[in-house]
Design a protein around this ligand. Structure first.
Ligand code: BGC
Length: 734
């Protein structure tokens, strides 16, 4: 019930205070002095140079570096390479300002971990932090100071290939993962020799392009922006991210690389972000293509005014800024502010003291044994058991024969997914290799790819069918290529590519039980698998230890615990589909045609957000609320017990959802507001407890103020976004 909604609405003003401890503050003031000193000695060209970033290395770049006309390079890696180039800046340029080397270290540097969407499926922020710390250690040792990660764009449209790089559809989970990744890359002190700068990207709303087509325009309400797309950025800024990248897209008609509302207003103004902002690749130049800037001069001015500090590969700042400053079109003070932000980052990394990387350290840390072990553990925790009818999994230890089928079963390069930095296919353990090594001499393992991943040929079907017929179980590994995901990899069809669907149907006809292992960078539409295949393991693109992790899970050496961070649609036509939707005035009713539904499909997803099975069973009970009425500024505790009622130890990800059923702005049917991982032995029981306060219970009202409105609330503690124990409480009026 809504109680005196308008009169009683309570405006919650959240005040963030930030104090620097003594030592850090002394360090900060020293950095400020050094920045001031350096700036006072720089020519306009040298200042502009700090804002210029190029890719790779060439003779013309060498010349520009010596002349102080480059501040950063991307895609130059390795201690030896980076040192060689760094020497030009440090030893041969007038002021000796070191270069900043950046790279897309998205899910590991040389030790490639599961794709970010997969590690988000672990719902394990500590794990994610530890993986990024490893990525940072390897990258920094190889001379890389700065990763263009984390990508924290919420994505509710799996047609968009870059869904692979984020944490899925939900702002709460997205915010937790964003902060965890920033902490992992940067640690407490980026000057440490095993840390790198993080870069939140792509600011903002890049994950919601019209039609799911990469680089396309975004049109959305300020409410959706603030409630769904901004929370991961706010969390990343609060976690101390040093840098941020603007995006390619228009947002409501204004490019995000020159957007005064989102950049000057929200990011710098409301949040006080004082790190530096890099454009995306030529996104300053693309202001012209968008039809927003008349020419390169205009583009440079618009971007700088929007506080874009560094021009990635556009050449626009390099070509225009000095003239604009001299002509007084752009105040030199504005240029100085951007240069300050870049220099601060270089000082904070300790680059002036330690500009070079150490080859011996690089050799010692890449693919270190504990890094590889972490990749295996991460892959185990990232995979999601979607279905397991009749307890087909785990495989019995005495299973006699296994047919491994499918074009992805022995394709190490596809374990790496999109953006694999310095990852190499030869480091990867394919699913076939993992199964062979686990089966050892105990089970006969046969293998037939059956088809290619995308091609039309069916010549291999016969052999696949033949080996399936002779086996006790068929493990069919299907899905999409690593390179079919990521940037510029939007798809209009999300079925298994090529003839893989036909292949699995042919294997099914043999009557041999099938376990489908699906490797993909996004939810694929797999309704046939969901109906006919008894066991489905969503393995994502699982990184170099993917094959071993699949084997660990198939045999039950590890128990699956991943849960979906994104809804699985039945068909492309349902997209966008997400659990946290609004309710319509005409909710679906079977008997009434004129309700909100499809005439050819259920409204429900194939698998809901938060879904994931285990080899054990968990029973939820004893839902208790600390009060039935809470003040608008108060806090309520919600608890329940979870018991492992099955036969093996397991981890359950317990999820907390709320709903404000009547509000001055209609609220979604459910919103995730908490989760926790519980590890339980058979028979063991544990209480889980969550707190709900103004931050969780509130929303932006029609004036875009954060309010908690009095009235009844629903709360669930559950095992996915669809099922759980339900309670109710009331937020009292004042
Ligand atoms: C991508 C960014 C990436 C940059 C540098 C761009 O095309 O959108 O995410 O960081 O390239 O590789």
């Amino acid at each position: 019930m809504r109680l005196c909604r308008d009169a009683c609405a309570l405006l919650i003003v959240l005040v963030w205070s930030w104090t620097l401890p003594g030592a850090a503050s002394a360090q900060a003031s020293t950095i400020e002095q050094r920045v001031d000193d350096l700036l006072s000695r720089m020519t306009i060209e040298e200042k502009v140079g700090q804002l210029v970033q190029y890719t790779g290395f060439s003779e013309s770049t060498a010349e520009a570096i010596r002349e102080g006309r480059v501040g950063s390079l991307l895609n130059v890696v390795g201690a030896e390479n980076t040192n060689r180039v760094q020497r030009l800046a440090v030893e041969e340029s007038r002021l000796g300002i070191p270069l900043l080397f950046g790279l897309d270290v998205i899910h590991g540097y040389r030790t490639v971990f599961p794709i970010p969407l997969a590690t988000a499926s672990s719902w394990d922020p500590e794990l994610v932090t530890s993986l990024e710390a490893i990525a940072a250690r390897e990258a920094r040792a190889a001379g890389v100071h700065w990763t263009f990660a984390p990508m924290i764009d919420i994505a509710r449209d799996p047609r968009w290939g870059r869904i692979v790089e984020g944490a899925g559809e939900d702002p709460y989970l997205g915010a937790v993962m964003a902060a965890a990744r920033v902490r992992g890359f940067q640690g407490d002190d980026v000057a440490a020799p095993n840390r790198i700068l993080a870069c939140l990207k792509h600011y903002v709303a890049y994950g919601a392009p019209v039609g799911g087509r990469d680089y396309n325009s975004v049109d959305m309400s300020e409410r959706s922006l603030r409630e769904i797309y901004l929370p991961p950025y706010k969390a990343g800024v609060d976690a101390g991210a040093a840098t941020l990248m603007s995006a390619f897209n228009l947002l409501n008609g204004v490019p995000t690389t020159a957007n005064a509302f989102t950049l000057n207003g929200i990011l710098r103004g409301e949040w006080g972000f004082d790190g530096f902002i890099v454009s995306d690749w030529n996104s300053i130049g693309e202001l012209i293509a968008h039809g927003y800037a008349a020419d390169a001069k205009d583009a440079a001015r618009l971007a700088l005014e929007a506080t874009i500090d560094m021009d990635m590969m556009g050449g626009i700042y390099a070509g225009q800024l000095a003239d604009l400053v001299r002509a007084n079109v752009v105040p030199e003070a504005l240029l100085d502010e951007s240069v300050r932000r870049v220099l601060r980052a270089k000082f904070s990394l300790g680059l002036f003291e330690h500009p070079y990387a150490d080859s011996a350290t690089e050799a010692a840390v890449l693919l270190r044994e504990d890094h590889v072990a972490a990749a295996r553990e991460a892959a185990r925790r990232s995979m999601v058991l979607l279905k397991n009818d009749g307890g087909l999994l785990p495989l019995a230890d005495d299973i006699g024969s296994i047919a491994v089928i499918g074009p992805l079963a022995d394709s190490p390069v596809d374990l790496l997914g999109s953006w694999f930095a310095q990852g190499r296919a030869e480091d990867g353990v394919s699913v076939l290799a993992g199964i062979r090594s686990r089966a050892g001499s105990r089970a006969a393992v046969t293998y037939a790819p059956g088809s290619t991943i995308t091609g039309p040929e069916r010549d291999g079907f016969a052999e696949a069918v033949a080996i399936a017929r002779r086996a006790d179980v068929a493990i069919v590994v299907v899905g999409e290529r690593g390179m079919e995901t990521g940037e510029a990899a939007s798809r209009t069809e999300l079925e298994l590519p090529g003839v893989q669907q036909d292949l699995i149907e042919a294997v099914y006809e043999t009557g041999t039980p099938i376990v489908a292992v699906v490797m993909s960078g996004r939810p694929l539409t797999i309704p046939w698998l969901a109906e006919y295949v008894p066991a489905i393991l969503q393995a994502w693109h699982p990184g170099i230890q993917g094959g071993n992790a699949v084997a660990d899970l198939l045999w039950g050496d590890a128990n699956p615990s991943g849960k979906l961070p994104v809804t699985f649609p039945r068909s492309v036509g349902q997209i966008p589909i997400y659990y946290s939707h609004d309710i319509t005035g005409r909710p679906r009713a079977e008997e009434n045609r004129f309700t909100s539904k499809y005439i050819d499909s259920p409204n429900t997803p194939l698998y809901p957000f938060g879904h994931g099975l285990s080899y054990t069973t968990f029973e939820y009970g004893d839902l208790v609320l600390s009060t039935d009425t809470v003040a608008p500024h108060g806090t309520i505790e919600v608890s329940a017990t979870v018991t492992n009622t099955g036969g093996v130890a397991g981890v359950e990800i317990v999820q907390l959802y709320i709903r404000d059923p009547v509000a001055s702005v209609v609220r979604p049917v459910k919103e995730l507001e908490g989760f926790t991982r519980v590890s339980l032995d058979p028979g063991e029981r544990q209480a889980v407890r969550f707190s709900l306060g103004p931050r969780e219970l509130g929303f932006y009202n029609q004036d875009m103020q954060w309010v908690v409105e009095p009235g009844e609330f629903l709360v669930w503690i559950g095992w996915n976004s669809d099922e759980g124990l339900e309670g109710r409480f009331v937020v009292a009026g004042d």
